[in-house]
Design a protein around this ligand. Structure first.
Ligand code: 6PG
Length: 236
């Protein structure tokens, strides 16, 4: 299905628009089933979004997951959990019991991925996630679904540990089944360095990892700025 594109003049405005839609998704989920289950995006783009959500979502009624995680301790500057804790979880006072952190420090990463999938499945009724927030890498990766990696072929698990040779490391990531089954998908894409990847993934025939989620049947919404979207033939 064609993705929806929300193009703002600059990154802050794009994140403002995304924040409005996250608030709406949270309110709808809480009204419908009493809980809002969200998977947060990692990287740096969400740093402009998360502070906007601190006091405008009922985090006491939320379950917070992470689309992926680097294989570092939770207090490492590269940790997606640490970035979310600094910009959202701590300022919002999200109860620890509502935060589902990947055990990225575990010596058994495959076991950590199995445990994470188990936590995700522990929901009485679908969807497993009401909303997944995702970024886009210049190479077209999203979460830690990188080009040429084994995670792209996983259809029978919700979470895996995966070798990412291009990064010279392992990563923990939710898989296509987890993202394709989410109620809503919001991509956060800003900056000139994302322009080529965005232009590519918007093509239905794109083979970049993010494209399969961008064009999923339930659709996806991409919040971007002019730097990322300029001169791209936007889907009608
Ligand atoms: C990560 C993210 C990754 C990120 C993109 C965009 O762990 O880094 O999951 O998929 O969203 O690489 O990153 P930026 O927002 O830093 O450009």
């Amino acid at each position: 299905m064609r993705p929806t594109l929300v193009v703002a003049d600059h990154a802050a405005a794009a994140m403002d628009a995304a924040a409005d839609r996250v608030r709406a998704a949270a309110a709808t989920a809480i009204a419908r089933q009493g809980r809002f289950r969200v998977a947060l995006a990692g990287g740096s783009t969400p740093r402009l979004l998360y502070p906007l959500l601190v006091s405008t979502v009922d985090w006491t009624r939320a379950d917070v997951f992470f689309g992926d995680e680097r294989v570092v301790p939770p207090d490492d500057p590269r940790s997606n959990y640490r970035m979310a804790r600094e910009t959202l979880l701590a300022p919002a006072g999200v109860p620890d019991a509502n935060v589902f952190r990947w055990r990225a420090e575990s010596p058994d990463l495959d076991g950590a991925a199995r445990d994470y999938a188990q936590a995700l499945r522990a929901r009485p009724a679908p969807p497993l996630l009401d909303l997944a927030l995702l970024g886009l890498g210049p190479d077209g990766h999203t979460a830690s679904l990188f080009p040429g990696t084994a995670a792209l072929a996983v259809e029978d698990r919700l979470a895996v540990a995966v070798d990412v040779p291009a990064m010279g490391t392992r990563r923990l990531t939710l898989t296509y089944p987890a993202f394709l089954g989410a109620g809503e998908i919001f991509f956060l894409v800003t900056g000139r360095d994302k322009h080529a990847a965005l232009a590519d993934v918007l093509r239905p025939e794109s083979t970049l990892p993010a494209a399969r989620i961008v064009h999923r049947p339930q659709s996806a919404c991409i919040f971007c700025d002019q730097d990322a979207a300029q001169d791209i033939d936007l889907p009608a």
